[in-house]
Design a protein around this ligand. Structure first.
Ligand code: ADP
Ligand code: MG
Length: 695
C-alpha cells in the first residue's frame, strides 16, 4: 500500500507543474490525499435525461443528442458565442456557449475540437426560447467517447466543488476521478470492523469514491455519514482523552473557605445575589474545593451579573493565600473591571493591579515585581498578562471574560503561568453555546448558567427608526438626566464604504442635534489613558452622550445609560448587536436600543427582525448560528474547534453522539488505536487541536 500523503498531485494525469502550484496556493491541495479529501459542496442530479420535445423554458436539464452544424459569433466587442445545432429523435434545439472574448482562447479551441458535427454528446444547461427555437445555455457538456458509465460531468449525479476562479468544476472532476481510480485502494481503513458493523458505517474507500461520484443520492449520504463520523471521532477522541487526563490530575494546592474576605464582600454589596448567582457560585466553589482542576464555562446573558460571580471565585483563592487573574479582551474592559473591582473590595485590604499593553516601562517593571513577589492579589488585564516576563508567585485561579475573544493558544499560555499543578480555570461568555449542541462538542467543559437577570430590570425595547426621530428620542431621555451611547462602525471616513464616521459625525452632532448637551467621543485609536479618562468621565456623568465605535461592544457597564443608538445596524452580526444592546438595561430604568440603517440583504433583515423580537441571548445565539453557519459562528480559529470539512455540528447530532460513544470505547479498550487514528487523520490533531481539550 502506498502512502497517499507522500504522493504529490503531480502524479495525477493532467496536473502539470503550474497547475500543481495553483492547486496548492488556492485550494491547499498538495498530496493525492489532499485531493481525495477535497469534498464537493453540493451534488447535482444530471442523471434524468430529457428529450428535446419535452424541454420547457426555465428548466435545467440534461439531454443526450447528436451535434449538427456549429458556428462561432461575436456579440458586441466582448462576448464570443459558440453555437451548435443539437438533435435527437424528437426534434432540434440549439446550444450556446457564451464566453468573454479575452479569456476564451483555450475554451474555444477545445469546443471546436470536441463539439463537431456528427458526435454524440450529453449537454447540461438551462432552457431558453430564442424566437421559435429551443436554446440551451450550456453549463457542462461531455462528448460520448467511452462507456457511458464512466462519464463524470453529465448523465449522472455530478459533484460541485467549492472553487476559486482559477479552476473549473470540470477540471477538478477530471483529476479527482483519476486520483480516485488510481489511489482509492491505498486509503487506509483505521477503524476496526466491529465498529463499522455496529454503527452501520461504510468502508472508508467506498466513502471517498462515492462522496465524489455517487451512483445514487443514498450512496452519497452513506459516504457522507462515514466521513463525518471520522471527523467527529477524531475530535471526540481528543476531548475524551483530555477529560480522562484532567480527572486523573490531582491539584497540589488547596483552598480554605474561611469566608474572611467573602463575608465582608457580600455584606458590602449594594444588592443581594440573585438565586441564579448563588447557585452558580456554589457550583464553582464546590469545583474549586474538589481535588481535580476546574475547567468551567460560565454562560450568562449580557447584564446577568457575571462579574461578581467571578470576583467571588477570586476571593476564595485570595483568602486561601493565592493569586487570581481576570483576563479581558480589550483595554477598556480591563480598565473598567479594574475600577469596578477596586470599588467592590474597598476596605478588604487587598492589592489589585492592572496590566495592559501600553504601560510605561517603569510602571510595568514595578507591577511585574509585585506580581512575582506575591504582593498583588488580583491581577486584571489584557493579553499583556501573557507576556513571558510576567511570572506569578502563587497563581491558583484564572478567569477569562468574554472567552470567545481569546484563542486556544492564549488560554493555554495563561494556565501555564501557575506554578501549581492543575490551576483552576473559569471562562465566561455572553454568547452561549446553543442548546442544540449541548455538551456533546464541549465534552471537556463543565457548564454553569446564569438564567435570570437581577431583579427590577425591564426588557430593553428595541426599535428601528429614522435618524431624526432617533435623535429627538435621545434628547428627551437626556432631559430626564439619563445618558446615551451612539455607536458608529468606523473611526475615520472610509472611501470604500462611505459610512458616516464616528469622528466626523461626533463633531457635527455636537454642533447641531446635541447643542447644549455634553458630547464625548471614544474610539480604538485613542491612548489607553485617554480612553480610561473618557469612560470614567462618562460614568461620572460629565458627558450626556458618548459617541463611540464598537470599542464599547463588550462588557462596559454604565447603569445610568438608558439609550443606545446603533448607526448602520444592518452591518453588524447578531451577536455584536446583542452585545452592543447589552450596554443599556443595566439598572431599574427602562432602556432602549435604536437601530438605524436600512437592511439590504435578506440576512440583515432577518438579523434586525430577530433583535427587535427577543432579548434572550440563547435564542439569539441559535438564530445567529442558523444565519451564519457553524464555521463563522464559532470562528474556528478562536474556539479551537477544527474546521469540519463535511461534518455539520448543527445537523449531525446523532453522528456526533455515536462518535463519542466509539471514542469512549476505544480509549477504554484499545488506547493505542486512538493514537493511530489521530496520527492518520487529515487535521493536525496531535499537534494543535489536541490542545483544545485542555482548555
Ligand atoms: P455581565 O454578566 O454582562 O458581565 P455585569 O457583571 O457587568 O454583567 O453586571 C451588570 C450590572 O448588574 C452591574 O452594574 C452589576 O453591578 C449589577 N448586578 C450584578 N448582580 C446584581 C444583583 N444580584 N442585583 C442587582 N444588580 C446586580
Ligand atoms: Mg461582563
Amino acid at each position: 500500500m502506498q502512502n497517499i500523503d507522500k504522493i504529490s498531485v503531480r502524479y495525477i494525469k493532467a496536473v502539470g507543474e503550474k497547475t500543481a502550484d495553483k492547486l496548492r496556493k488556492f485550494l491547499g491541495i498538495e498530496s493525492v490525499r489532499d485531493l481525495l479529501y477535497y469534498f464537493p459542496r453540493a451534488w447535482e442530479d444530471r442523471s434524468k435525461l430529457k428529450k428535446i420535445s419535452e424541454l420547457k423554458p426555465g428548466e435545467n436539464v440534461t439531454i443526450k443528442v447528436k451535434v449538427g452544424n456549429v458556428l462561432t459569433e461575436m456579440w458586441g466587442r466582448n462576448l464570443i458565442v459558440f453555437k451548435a445545432e443539437l438533435q435527437d429523435s424528437t426534434g432540434i434545439a440549439f446550444a450556446t456557449w457564451i464566453r468573454r472574448y479575452n479569456r476564451s482562447y483555450d475554451v474555444l479551441k477545445s469546443l471546436k475540437n470536441n463539439v463537431k458535427m456528427g458526435v454524440e454528446i450529453f449537454v447540461t444547461g438551462s432552457v431558453e426560447m430564442d424566437f421559435w427555437c429551443k436554446m440551451i445555455r450550456v453549463v457542462d457538456y461531455e462528448v460520448i467517447t467511452k462507456d457511458e458509465k464512466d462519464l463524470i460531468n453529465t448523465n449522472r449525479i455530478v459533484p460541485i466543488y467549492p472553487l476559486t476562479e482559477d479552476f473549473s468544476n470540470k477540471y477538478l472532476r477530471t483529476i479527482i476521478k483519476s486520483a480516485s481510480d488510481k489511489y482509492a485502494n491505498d486509503i487506509q481503513e483505521t477503524l476496526p470492523e466491529k465498529y463499522i458493523k455496529k454503527y452501520n458505517l461504510c468502508d472508508i474507500r467506498y466513502a471517498i469514491q462515492y462522496i465524489h461520484f455517487p451512483d445514487t443520492f443514498e450512496s452519497k449520504d452513506k459516504a457522507r455519514r462515514r466521513l463525518a463520523f471520522n471527523e467527529f471521532l477524531n475530535l471526540e477522541l481528543v476531548l475524551e482523552k483530555f477529560r480522562q487526563q484532567r480527572k486523573m490530575t490531582v491539584k497540589n494546592f488547596k483552598y480554605n473557605l474561611t469566608k474572611k474576605l467573602l463575608t465582608p464582600f457580600k455584606e458590602n454589596l449594594p444588592f443581594e445575589f440573585t438565586k441564579s448567582q448563588k447557585k452558580v457560585i456554589n457550583e464553582i466553589f464546590e469545583n474549586m474545593l474538589a481535588e481535580h482542576p476546574m475547567n468551567r464555562l460560565l454562560q450568562g446573558d449580557v447584564g446577568s451579573g457575571k462579574t461578581v460571580v467571578a470576583l467571588s471565585a477570586m476571593l476564595l483563592a485570595i483568602e486561601s493565600g493565592f493569586q487570581a487573574i481576570l483576563l479581558a479582551p480589550t483595554e477598556i474592559l480591563a480598565e473598567q473591571h479594574f475600577m469596578t473591582i477596586k470599588k467592590l473590595i474597598d476596605g478588604l485590604h487587598m492589592e489589585v493591579d492592572l496590566v495592559i499593553g501600553r504601560m510605561t516601562k517603569k510602571k510595568k517593571e514595578e507591577i511585574r515585581k509585585r506580581i512575582a513577589d506575591g504582593l498583588s492579589n488580583i491581577i486584571i488585564g489584557t493579553h499583556a498578562i501573557l507576556e513571558e516576563d510576567i511570572k506569578f508567585k502563587k497563581l491558583a485561579v484564572v478567569i477569562i471574560d468574554e472567552q470567545h475573544r481569546f484563542g486556544v493558544e492564549q488560554r493555554l499560555i495563561i494556565k501555564k503561568k501557575s506554578v501549581f499543578l492543575g490551576a483552576d480555570l473559569l471562562m465566561m461568555t455572553a454568547t452561549p453555546i446553543p442548546r442544540t449542541l449541548g455538551l456533546t462538542l464541549y465534552g471537556d467543559l463543565d457548564i454553569s448558567t446564569l438564567n435570570e437577570l437581577p431583579p427590577g430590570r425591564y426588557p430593553i425595547e428595541t426599535v428601528e427608526m429614522s435618524d431624526k426621530n432617533a435623535y429627538n428620542f435621545v434628547k428627551d431621555r437626556l432631559k430626564h438626566g439619563e445618558q446615551a451611547f451612539i455607536v458608529y462602525p468606523l473611526v475615520d471616513e472610509s472611501e470604500k464604504l462611505q459610512l458616516k464616521s464616528a469622528v466626523k459625525e461626533a463633531e457635527k452632532l455636537k454642533e447641531t442635534e446635541f447643542k447644549g448637551f455634553s458630547v464625548g467621543l471614544i474610539h480604538g485609536r485613542l491612548k489607553p489613558e485617554e480612553k480610561e479618562k473618557i469612560m470614567s468621565d462618562f460614568a461620572q456623568k460629565k458627558y450626556d452622550v458618548l459617541i463611540s465605535t464598537t470599542v464599547i461592544e463588550v462588557g462596559i457597564d454604565i447603569p445610568n445609560a438608558t439609550v443606545i443608538v446603533i448607526e448602520h445596524a444592518d452591518r453588524y452580526g447578531l451577536s455584536t448587536l446583542h452585545q452592543l444592546r447589552g450596554r443599556v438595561g443595566r439598572s431599574n430604568k427602562e432602556s432602549y436600543c435604536i437601530l438605524l440603517g436600512e437592511a439590504k440583504t435578506d440576512n440583515s433583515k432577518r438579523r434586525l427582525e430577530v433583535l427587535t423580537k427577543t432579548n434572550d441571548g440563547f435564542k439569539i445565539a441559535e438564530e445567529d448560528l442558523m444565519i451564519r453557519g457553524p464555521g463563522e459562528f464559532f470562528g474556528t480559529e478562536q474556539s479551537g474547534l477544527p474546521n469540519f470539512r463535511i461534518g455539520n455540528v448543527l445537523t449531525d447530532l446523532s453522528i456526533i453522539r455515536e462518535a463519542k460513544q466509539v471514542a469512549i470505547e476505544i480509549l477504554k479498550n484499545e488506547p493505542n488505536l486512538a493514537y493511530s487514528i489521530l496520527a492518520n487523520s487529515k487535521e493536525d490533531y496531535l499537534n494543535k487541536n489536541i490542545e483544545f481539550g485542555e482548555v
